[in-house]
Design a protein around this ligand. Structure first.
Ligand code: 4AD
Ligand code: MG
Length: 463
């Protein structure tokens, strides 16, 4: 007899097999002659139905304890299920209750709860069907990310979480400090004196591992990072988090075309893997959350992404037969309504927009020969908007120095980054995929707060 996960029992269990399962009670039904409980251990969307006969030891006591939320261990024999919707069920020969859950106060009851309500009980919500399906898909996707890069010989590198540089130059950095707030050291100019701080200078939480990934790409050619990133962006939207995970490949000897090819191949691979690993969960999302989830996955896997320049995108937006809230004009950044119009309405598939105006993109992007645009690319997804942002990097020392200075960044801070162009520079490119936006895109979940176990957003940090 072995301890088994419920996924394994439901998929492969055979009649007459003895099993022991452990998990949490989802529902209880008491009939005259016997009772049913449904148990879930997080391994599978469906519950395992357990039949309890009154001849079980301590039947009365156990039945009082087995309410929704209680933790149990059940040993018994598998029998074919006469009921609809399941192949097999478990006839209990012994039941152990680990912990009860008082039905008068346990917040998760059998009815459907809103996602807003579930966010107020973030420590319990993973025990619901939807959230547990999300986190299984998230896990499968994270694993597929490593498989994808490892199969292609990319080195997984670990970029730092504490950093001294602002990769994106957008001023969205969280400061990391252990200065005494009751007695802040000040400089002569009455500014906070970070030279007396822990690191002897001002430090931040990283907004991106890219600059460090570039360092490693200049030794290993193809590398990737996959870790948490932090942005003090005061955006209270369904697509922004203050702490989110980013996947960032960086490739030496690669240009923008190679970068786009990788991004497209990558997304196709991830959708395929998740359909393969989590078919029940994906069906569930399609039925319960968004009935375009499976069609979207097929669309991603089977169709080429559209590729257009920013300049062409602006022309298409100007021709659109609808009004946008934000202005459309060459030189202005695309807003998410524009991005969604292109991907969702016009092309009905992911669109890769390239060659943005130099004025709206980060200093590290490679200047095109026209000197007006940079070799940037954003992958825009239906419903989500920007899901990937990437570029070919400026590998020419003099131009990079000019870009750094023109953006008001102190070049001394980036001496190490410039060294990569001084010594053995090569064309290189990479991108960043917002991991939560991807999970949203895959599952159809409307709010990014519901695809990360512990969301951090403006005015909200729990646990
Ligand atoms: O476009 P971004 O800012 O690109 C970079 O950080 C580059 N350094 C990446 C690189 O080239 N290595 O961010 C990349 C992606 C976005 O496309 C988006 O999907 C996600 O990160 N993202 C966020 N996701 C959730 N919440 C936020 N506040 C996000 N900001 C960006
Ligand atoms: Mg971006």
């Amino acid at each position: 007899m072995v301890n088994q996960r419920i996924a394994e029992v439901l998929r492969n269990g055979q009649p007459d097999e003895s099993v022991t399962i452990k998990g949490w009670v989802r529902t209880k039904r008491e009939l005259k002659e016997f009772a049913f409980i449904e148990v879930n251990d997080g391994s599978f969307l469906a519950n395992l139905q357990v039949i309890l006969n009154p001849d079980l030891p301590d039947y009365e006591t156990i039945m009082k304890q087995l309410n929704t939320g209680a933790s149990v261990e059940v040993t018994g024999v598998l029998v074919p299920s006469p009921g609809k919707g399941q192949r097999i069920e478990l006839k209990a020969s012994s039941v152990k209750v680990y912990g009860e859950a008082d039905p008068a106060t346990y917040p998760l009851q059998k009815k459907r709860h809103s996602f807003e309500f579930l966010r107020t009980i973030g420590h319990l919500r993973s025990r619901t069907n939807t959230l547990s399906a999300v986190f299984r898909v998230r896990n499968a996707c994270a694993n597929a990310i490593h498989e994808f890069f490892q199969e292609r010989g990319f080195l997984w590198i670990h970029s730092p979480i504490i950093t001294a540089s602002d990769c994106e130059g957008a001023g969205e950095l969280f400061t990391v400090t252990n200065l005494n707030f009751k007695d802040l050291p000040k400089t002569e100019q009455q500014e906070v004196d970070f030279s007396q701080d822990f690191f002897g200078r001002r430090a931040y939480l990283t907004v991106s591992g890219q600059l460090q990934a570039e360092v490693m790409a200049m030794a290993f050619c193809d590398v990737y990072t996959f870790g948490p990133t932090f942005r003090a962006e005061n955006s209270n939207t369904s697509r922004h988090l203050a702490e989110f995970w980013m996947v960032e490949p960086e490739m030496a000897f690669c240009d923008l075309h190679g970068d786009m090819d990788l991004a497209e191949e990558f997304l196709k691979y991830l959708f395929k893997s998740v359909l393969d690993k989590c078919p029940e969960d994906m069906d569930f999302f399609n039925q319960r959350i968004d009935n375009t989830v499976l069609a979207t996955a097929e669309n991603i896997i089977n169709n080429q992404f559209e590729r257009i320049s920013y300049t062409d995108a602006i022309a298409l937006l100007e021709k659109a037969d609808r009004k946008f809230e934000f202005p459309v004009e060459w030189g202005l950044d695309l807003q998410s309504e524009h991005e969604r119009y292109l991907a969702e309405e016009l092309f009905k598939k992911p669109v890769i927009v390239t060659d943005y105006p130099v004025g709206i993109k980060a200093f590290y992007m490679r200047l095109n020969d026209n000197e007006k645009t940079v070799a940037a690319m954003d992958v825009l997804a239906p419903k989500i908007g920007e899901i990937i942002g990437g570029s070919q990097r400026e590998e020419r020392l003099d131009i990079l120095q000019q870009r750094i200075e023109s953006q008001g960044i102190n070049p001394e801070e980036l001496g190490w980054y410039l060294d990569l162009r001084r010594y053995g520079t090569v064309p290189h490119a990479g991108f960043g995929l917002g991991f939560e936006r991807l999970v949203q895109f895959m599952t159809g979940m409307g709010n990014i707060r519901d695809v990360i176990p512990f969301p951090r957003t403006p005015l909200s940090v729990e646990f």
